[in-house]
Ligand binder design. Structure first.
Ligand code: ADP
Length: 255
């Protein structure tokens, strides 16, 4: 794969609601891109659940680089991806009411006051949903495109449709839909269980004429990888689940 280094491409990973695996997809997508040779930055803009420090296995705080005129934060790096997170800056018990304004300020700073160096992609893990703070966060980032994550069931699809409309209203092109937790393959019998129903992502993709980039199954190693700071594409790159993320990157070519 060839990458254009002239301009970093800001891409959002978004979802209609929390808990559908948006951060899991953002992290594995970013690492999969890095494995393909891209220079990738990842910004955790999820104020309610900044989970990237844990998922990326980073527990340090960013250092500041200061010369006579400027001070810049140096992003932390793991698995070939440079990361900045709201979680590096706010304490876990910061009241929710303060988080919105802090998040907008922090995201702006992540774009202007961080020494990213050369990047091909800057991926934003957005807060879930379409409420005011998500829309605000969206409006301050000059996004090129968005990847939206959903689970197959109707309640999730309704919410992700709203998220897609939000992007379309601000002229951000939706590059594709990722259906996460699509199905479960029993490791002992190989039987497939459609725990959250089936075909929701496909139907949504057809209805809105947006590509379905991939379907990621529910899998224990994906959950364990996220919790242990070793995402599945790192700890088990040859697994089918990892290959799904790598395929996703192959299909996904932002214009
Ligand atoms: P969100 O960012 O949408 O809130 P997360 O990425 O934090 O969601 O995922 C929520 C939980 O679900 C995490 O514990 C994560 O490890 C788990 N998870 C996400 N995707 C999968 C999957 N495909 N299989 C198993 N667990 C998953």
């Amino acid at each position: 794969m060839k990458f254009c280094r002239v301009l970093k491409i800001p891409i959002a990973v978004a979802s209609g609601k929390g808990g559908v695996g948006k951060s899991t997809v953002a992290v594995n997508l970013a690492i999969a891109l890095a494995k393909e040779g891209a220079k990738v930055g990842l910004i955790d803009a999820d104020i309610y659940g900044p989970s990237l420090p844990l998922m990326m296995g980073i527990s340090d705080k960013p250092k500041i680089y200061q010369d006579s005129t400027t001070a810049k934060m140096i992003p932390l790096e793991n698995y070939g991806v440079k990361v900045m997170s709201i979680g590096f800056l706010i304490e876990e018990d910061t009241p929710v009411i303060w988080r919105g304004p802090m998040a907008s300020g922090a995201v702006k700073q992540f774009m202007s006051d961080v020494q990213w160096g050369e990047l091909d992609y800057l991926i934003f893990d957005l807060p879930p949903g379409t409420r005011r703070h998500s829309a605000n966060t969206c409006s301050i980032i000059p996004l090129t495109g968005a990847v939206v994550v959903t689970t197959p069931q109707d309640v999730s699809i309704i919410d992700v449709k709203k998220a897609i409309r939000m992007f379309q209203r601000v002229n951000v092109s939706v590059l594709g839909i990722v259906e996460n937790m699509s199905y479960f393959l029993a490791p002992d019998t190989g039987i497939r269980y459609d725990i959250f129903g089936t075909g929701g992502g496909q139907r949504l993709a057809e209805e809105l004429s947006i590509p379905l980039l991939g379907c990621v199954p529910i899998n224990q190693s994906i959950r364990e990888g996220s919790d242990n700071g070793k995402p599945i594409v790192v700890c088990n790159p040859d697994s089918e689940q990892s290959k799904e993320f790598l395929r996703l990157v192959e299909i996904w070519q932002p214009k």
